[in-house]
Design a protein around this ligand. Sequence first.
Ligand code: GLY
Ligand code: MN
Ligand code: MN
Length: 503
Amino acid sequence: MSEKQHKAEHRNRPTGEAFMAFMRDGWAPRTGSLPELTEAARYAAARREVLAATFPGERLVVPAGGLKIRSNDTDYVFRPHSAFAHLTGLGADREPDAVLVLDPLPEGRHRATLYFAPLADRDSPDFFTDSRVGEFWVGARPTLDSASAELGLTTRHLAELDDAVAKDVGPSGLAVRVVREADREVAGIVDRIRTQAGLASTEAVEASAQADAELSRALSTQRLVKDDWEVRQMEEAVQSTATAFDAVVEQLPEAVRRGRGERWIEGVFGLHARHTGNGVGYDSICAAGDHATTLHWIRNTGEVHEGDLLLLDAGVETDSLYTADVTRTVPVSGTFTEVQRRVYDAVLEAQEAGLAAARPGNRFQDVHAAAIEVIARHLLDWGLLPEGITLEQTLDAQEGQFHRRWMVHGTSHHLGIDVHDCAQALREDYVEGELREGMVLTVEPGLYFKADDLLVPEELRGIGVRIEDDVVITADGARNLSAMLPRTADEVEAWVQGGGRRG
Ligand code: GLY
Ligand code: MN
Ligand code: MN
């Protein structure tokens, strides 16, 4: 067999000049009008100023990341790295392989340049042959001019990136930092530039890795406090999420009737998420019965039965990439059993305590402390903690914590572009940090009694309850962004009985 016959190439790629001309010509001229500067871009410019002031005189490289292969020639939907989205205002699907570079200017400010692969000309074969960037395959891409107008920054072709990043870098020249985890190829380019500039010793490589990590941490920390535009994105995400929750509740009878009801619920939520926003901000947890005791149950393969509680933990992500993260636990029949309600009310009381602790001046960890004390007290009252243990003893961080058997997770996390936002911020800024106006966090206590837990009475086994809301810290407290969704046991019952209509 010849070499040629061995090739696994299944597409015809004609190259005849007559064919190329035929593909190239006969298209209406493109309109010349440029887009307006977006509101998102105006806020992003202010964020870049804050970042640049943190690293004066240095070159900062923030990649969007590239497409990820799903299987052979099929990619996942593109989602830019969160730091890139935050600093450009670009959202869903934009822009694979793009790189934002902040260059220091003499007067202490920075110039922002976006490097990306712009729209291919119609006389380039890419126009119809390239399934990743060709207009025939993925639609029109921005031009350098249109992206510049939309984002309010300088734009350059991606081919110019290497030289631009390398310029003046050296031991006695300019320092460069890169968000390594955003794009390994771009990190590789920066590493090569450093090596060529003489920064190749073990100490220099370690110092560079440290410098890059500091940049990533600074970007994560900077997102702890949301600006007005971001709070509006969160409001939109939560509003869409509430609509999708209503639709799920309306569909509960259908989920029971069809079988494999958890998947039906996942689909209904996903339909609304995809319709009103970019999609789900994380895989939806659609957990009926004992599945609700598995914290990240995303297989969603189970049945939904009349007598079950359904725990739905789901959030819509906006086109701007901000996600809600909300949980409601509802009785599928419309009525809690006495024991289900007892567990539900304990979790609700814990959540109320957590919500009350979410205010400026308190520390982030105070929210958990307030909620977990209520959880621990109920477990103690129900006689579930080890014999002779006091509330103080179980709350002891080192020697206690027995209550964690039934709520092993934290009560809160920051929320924003990432569902677990700001994850690289230092403990002193995050867990031990003071709550400040503009922070957005979840308050989400739960209780989970596994079906095979022999330490609890049989009536509790197979019951999992979590209640999760998203709050923004205000000047003197917190505003519950998801307060429009029913929360007390009575409200939840009325919601289910009303087929997803809120009272
Ligand atoms: N949805 C994951 C969480 O609540 O943190
Ligand atoms: Mn959640
Ligand atoms: Mn959460």
